[in-house]
Design a protein around this ligand. Structure first.
Ligand code: DMJ
Length: 567
């Protein structure tokens, strides 16, 4: 037996080394900010130019089979889905790029978009559009483009004696027109909670065709930043008031704080404000409710929203926070049949925004070292900060452990107390099990839409810590997108990118779809990860990564814009 001891020690230490070098220690990837910035600028340009040449104006674009591309309302004109969603990313590249040729190319593209807005973009479309998606992508994109054109693009061009300035008012005018077509939705239900769609021409609302006509709870609670910013820009308080009107019935009619511990079921009846189903999750249809509570506080400093966010995060820690087996990866579970019933260990990639959100809630965008010296730093913020790091690590592992280094749409964590537990031990499961056995992927969840949430959190944690490990993680993910989601990869003039049907098998099965958030969010967050002087205290990103400036409280007072309800 004593002779076996060195062998056992050797075996255990090689296992530990294998585990450490594969799943804990990052690869040695180039994280030089100049190299990475220029590389991402080129990917943005490649994706954009391919879309411009082969799909211009189409809201749904298939980069492989161009012929099937189409507009969002099937019968109508383009909404500008991809163009408007991408515009502020082009503006950021124009402002940060150190490469003169890229800067000039971007200027040309930005001028083309502005001309397209003036001459073609028309929201008088006789078709139904989803109110949430149209608000976060189109209204959000127009407002942030207005902001960046006013404060950065025109300013930078003037200071370098470049006469090309844009008339930024075009973006604001389009935003006002679009918002005026969306707001009838708030007055067509008894509570002020909108139905899911509206006809942009007639103003008639349309209820969701499924789930008893209910609206997704996260959808009508993710309109407030955009409409509030519009009130601030126009001085017209109607946008602010309509958007805010959804909260009182939601909180009061459901006794949300006491009966649900501030955690929302994912569907709500617009006419009563009451929840439908008991399904509670931080993934799809639940996610950005929590995001906009905090972001309203960061944007306008309305303290009620920090209090509501605080309660929701405390509820999340009590009911949803779990750890995987065997390596204790912290994750956020779902409660499909209410808070007091068994949890599901399924977690959408969408939930990965939570690391960044908790970090922003803890430090409000300043570095962690500075935040810890502030008089408002407290135990809850310290706990939020620790959790932010744990969750971001878990999301990174969702990439790191897969064959492609890209994450799936949904994972299921190995949690012996969850409803899915038995599948991890079953011999004939068709689930893909991760090398450390901490999570699995079901065959139907193995797609990758090039989503932004993990790199969003990584970017935020980098700027709060300046810890290069986060740049390392982001660079690895970027390299894997380049490797596995490119089309015409060896032809520099044709190269572009697509989302994937399957991220487990190599070569990856391509989905032939360009999600507008690839340029609007994923590439933007990766780009900002490598900008040394990016300041998280100056802007608040809407849920589609469109930046709005943090608003001065004096301005709000002057405009008489205040929180119009209380709990
Ligand atoms: C984006 O459209 C928004 O971030 C939205 O809130 C949900 N997620 C997608 C991208 O994954």
């Amino acid at each position: 037996m004593p002779r076996l001891v060195p062998l056992i020690v050797l075996f255990v230490s090689s296992l530990a080394y294998y585990y450490y070098s594969n799943f804990v220690k990052p690869n040695r990837t180039n994280i030089d900010p100049e190299f990475r910035s220029e590389q991402i600028e080129n990917i943005i340009l490649q994706t954009w130019i391919d879309y411009k040449l082969n799909g211009w104006g189409k809201d749904i674009y298939h980069p492989i089979n161009h012929r099937k591309s189409r507009n969002m309302p099937i019968s109508g004109e383009p909404l500008g889905w991809i163009i408007i969603d991408a515009l502020d990313t082009l503006l950021y590249v124009h402002s940060y790029s150190k490469n003169q040729t890229i800067k000039e190319n971007m200027q040309q593209e930005i001028e083309n978009v502005a001309d397209w807005c003036i001459n073609t973009l028309n929201y008088d479309i006789d078709a139904n559009v989803n109110i949430f998606e149209t608000t976060i992508r189109m209204l959000g994109g127009l407002l942030s483009s207005y902001y960046l054109t006013e404060t950065t693009y025109n300013h930078n061009n003037r200071s370098t004696n470049n006469n090309s300035t844009l008339d930024s008012k075009i973006f604001l005018e389009k935003a006002i027109d679009l918002a005026n077509r969306l707001i009838p939705a708030f007055s067509q239900s008894t509570t002020g909670i909108p139905y899911s769609s509206i006809n942009l021409h007639s103003g008639h609302v349309k209820r969701n065709h499924a789930n008893m006509g209910t609206s997704s709870t996260a959808e009508f609670t993710t309109l407030q930043l955009e409409f509030k910013y519009l009130s601030i820009l126009t001085g017209d308080d109607k946008y602010w008031k309509y958007a805010e009107s959804v909260y009182e019935p939601l909180y009061t009619n459901n006794n949300l704080i006491d009966s649900y511990d501030s955690l929302i079921p994912i569907y709500t009846f617009p006419n009563t404000g009451k929840f439908y189903t008991r399904n509670i999750r931080m993934g799809s249809r639940g996610d950005s409710f929590y995001e906009y509570l905090l972001k309203q506080y960061l944007f306008t400093h309305e303290t009620l929203y920090y209090q509501l966010y605080r309660k929701a995060m405390d509820g999340m820690k009590r009911h949803l926070l779990r750890q995987s087996s065997p390596n204790k990866l912290v994750y956020i579970a779902e409660r499909p049949i209410g808070l007091n019933n068994i949890h599901s260990s399924k977690m959408d990639h969408l939930v990965c925004f939570m690391g960044g959100l908790l970090a922003m809630g803890a430090t409000e965008g300043i570095t962690i070292n500075k935040a810890r010296t502030m008089d408002w730093w407290n135990y809850e913020r310290e706990q939020d900060w620790l959790l932010a790091q744990e969750l971001t690590y878990t999301c990174y592992q969702m990439y790191k452990q897969t064959p492609t280094g890209l994450a799936p749409e949904i994972v299921v964590f190995n949690d012996p107390e969850s409803v899915e537990a038995h599948r991890f031990n079953s011999k004939n499961t068709n689930w893909w099990i991760s090398p450390t056995k901490d999570f699995a992927i079901k065959p139907l969840d193995a797609h990758n839409l090039q989503r932004p949430e993990t790199v969003e959190s990584i970017m935020i944690l980098y700027h709060i810590t300046k810890d290069k490990k986060y740049r390392q993680w982001g660079a690895e993910i970027l390299d894997n997108f380049i490797k596995h989601s490119c089309i015409h990869c060896d032809e520099p003039n044709l190269i572009t990118y697509t989302s994937l049907d399957n991220m487990i098998q190599i070569p990856t099965k391509k989905k032939d779809n360009l999600e507008s958030f690839w340029i609007a969010e994923t590439l933007k967050y990766l780009y900002l990860l490598f900008q040394d002087d990016f300041d998280l205290t100056k802007v608040v990103f809407n849920t589609e990564a469109h930046p709005f400036p943090v608003i001065n409280e004096e301005l709000l007072k002057k405009l008489n814009l205040t929180t119009g309800w209380n709990i």
